[in-house]
Ligand binder design. Structure first.
Ligand code: GAR
Length: 199
């Protein structure tokens, strides 16, 4: 069985990337990690990927004059690695409609809210400000409109008395680490049914 090559794009600590890579250590997984790329050369996630035996590439977006230049270099790295699926895992650069359209249906993102509620940034603070009783994460396909593509899985957690944005973010991460690998397994096998995970 040939396994689908997956590229993982990060901008931070890469805990979701690590969860995806760990799950793909199972030889029966329909996908395998082919490269981890970070637009921030200094992040811990790159060393983490290298330690896990995955080629790790730093592609500093500040070294390019514009988005198109950065994305052309990104395209080259993805092609070189033979990536067929791209997982955005805490990747904090907006991709242009041109880039996304060329790879539509093959890019997944994890977003820290129950979409379509709270697209964009600062989701944990906005969930608290709205008085929500639940919070969660969504894995969705990436389309040109930010945080709007077809939902492929969601995990929910309770909001507890005394929660702060920091405690909510911390409690959500383990749910993200269960959700993203589970969705990628189904997605790589061609299953587009949305997955629901409860605490
Ligand atoms: C995760 O909580 C992820 O949902 C969020 O960034 C964090 C990355 O953590 N993503 C976004 O906010 C995307 N807009 P990680 O680097 O430890 O995986």
């Amino acid at each position: 069985m040939s396994r689908v090559p997956v590229a993982i794009l990060i901008s931070g600590s890469g805990s979701n990337m690590a969860a995806l890579v760990a799950d793909m250590e199972d030889r029966a997984h329909p996908a395998r990690p082919c490269v981890v790329i970070s637009n921030r050369p200094e992040v811990a996630g790159l060393a983490r990927a290298a330690r896990a035996g995955v080629p790790a590439v730093a592609l500093d977006h500040r070294a390019f004059p514009d988005r198109a230049g950065f994305e052309a270099a990104l395209d080259r790295e993805l092609d070189r690695a033979g990536a067929e699926i791209i997982c955005l895992a805490g990747f904090m650069r907006v991709l242009t409609p041109d880039f996304v359209t060329r790879r539509e249906g093959r890019i997944l993102n994890i977003h820290p809210s129950i979409l379509p509620l709270f697209p964009g940034l600062d989701t944990h603070a906005r969930v608290l400000a709205a008085g929500m009783a639940v919070h969660g994460a969504t894995v969705h396909e990436v389309t040109p409109e930010l945080d709007c593509g077809p939902i492929r899985g969601q995990a929910v957690i309770p909001v507890l008395p005394g929660d702060t944005p920091a405690t909510l973010a911390k409690r959500l991460l383990p749910a993200e680490h269960r959700l993203y690998p589970a969705v990628l397994r189904r997605f790589a096998a061609g299953d587009r049914t949305p997955l629901a995970l409860f605490p």
